[in-house]
Design a binder for this molecule. Structure first.
Ligand SMILES: [Zn+2]
Ligand SMILES: [Zn+2]
Length: 347
């Protein structure tokens, strides 16, 4: 049992056996260990000059992907001093941190098989620190097959009319799954930001289809030959890029996000279609994770952490939101102008 878990300016800190462990810190403070669960920007940090930090715990894949994104997460340990990294099935290389076979921090987690992504593993522990992004019963996602089927149906109808379709998701993780699911359409173009990440995934052994980069296709006039499918980062429908694609090519947009379960979010995004598809657990899956880990003590963090802790307490678990054991503000609703930042920063 760790001596304490707390939320600070630089993220969650665990004190265990006299050691200080930073979990997915955004900023560094002196510590003995830093754990980086995966290479989404909201989980990466930059080096702070003169700050004494100890070993970095992360997977080799996370280190490689982080490097490709311009973050120097190097000399990583995958197992040492009683720490063990466990697959979380969120994106390639994503891991949770198991400490002394006693405490498990999930980072971001998915237990749903999605193409080359396998479900996260679930260790039995005393204390579980679990992400709760979608920890509200409103967020129960349809099956992946359902989402793929509906999307193929839209693309097929649009192809009949010669209309291009832009499929939009986070450039890292989601976009590679979209490339796998919808790469059979011809031609498929890949936005430059995603092309780079697809390349890293291929380097790491994921057999993604090679496709022409958006900038190359545009330069060579290929986009004028309609229809086509493009995989692009998720932005709202009023972004310059989408406005441009609509004016020039009459393209329609399909966004992929767990938040698509929320009609207000759907409206705010202003895309033609939104599909509920996430690299996080939905509500039911989060409950499943808790039951399988069967902890004595649960700390929820991120998203609906207060709601989810309440639900778990009703189920008889000893659960608490990290927000209630620290001073940090609760989640604020998104305003329209923070949406872009939100989309590019949170995975
Ligand atoms: Zn995250
Ligand atoms: Zn993430």
């Amino acid at each position: 049992m760790p001596s304490s878990v707390t939320l600070s300016e630089c993220g969650i800190i665990v004190y265990n056996r006299g050691k200080k462990i930073l979990l997915d810190p955004k900023r560094l403070v002196p510590s003995d260990y830093i754990f980086v669960s995966h290479a989404h920007i909201d989980h990466l940090h930059r080096k702070t000059a003169g700050c004494m930090v100890g070993k970095i715990l992360a997977s080799k894949a996370t280190s490689l992907i982080a490097n490709a994104r311009g973050y120097a997460i190097n000399n990583v340990y995958e197992e040492c001093d009683g720490f063990k990294l466990i697959d979380t099935g969120h994106i390639l290389g994503s891991k949770g941190l198991l400490m002394d076979l006693d405490l498990y921090y999930t980072g971001d987690i998915s237990i749903r098989e999605r193409a080359f992504m396998k479900p996260g593993a679930l260790p039995k522990v005393h204390t579980l620190i679990i992400e709760s992004t979608f920890g509200n019963p409103k967020y129960i996602f349809p099956s992946i097959d359902d989402v793929i089927h509906k999307t193929n149906k839209i693309i097929s109808e649009m192809y009949d009319k010669g209309i291009p379709v832009i499929l939009m998701g986070y450039p890292l993780g989601k976009a590679q799954l979209l490339t796998d699911f919808f790469g059979h359409w011809d031609p498929v173009y890949i936005h430059d930001a995603i092309h780079k990440m697809n390349f890293v995934y291929k380097e790491l052994g994921i057999p993604l289809k090679s496709a022409v980069k958006f900038s190359t296709a545009e330069r060579q006039g290929l986009l004028a030959k309609k229809p086509w499918v493009m995989i692009s980062p998720l932005t709202h429908g009023r972004s310059n890029f989408i406005k441009n694609m609509k004016e020039k090519y009459d393209a329609i947009t399909i966004g992929f996000s767990g938040w698509a379960m929320d009609t207000r979010h759907k409206f705010m995004m202003g895309l033609d279609h939104m599909m509920p598809f996430s690299d996080h657990c939905d509500y039911r899956e989060l409950v499943d994770v808790v039951k399988k880990c069967n902890p004595k003590k649960i700390i929820t963090f991120h998203g609906f952490s207060v709601d989810f802790a309440k639900v778990l307490r009703r189920m008889g678990f000893d659960a608490e939101s990290i927000n209630n054991i620290s001073l940090r503000d609760k989640r604020k609703p998104l305003s329209d102008n923070t949406l872009d930042k939100y989309i590019s920063n949170i995975g």
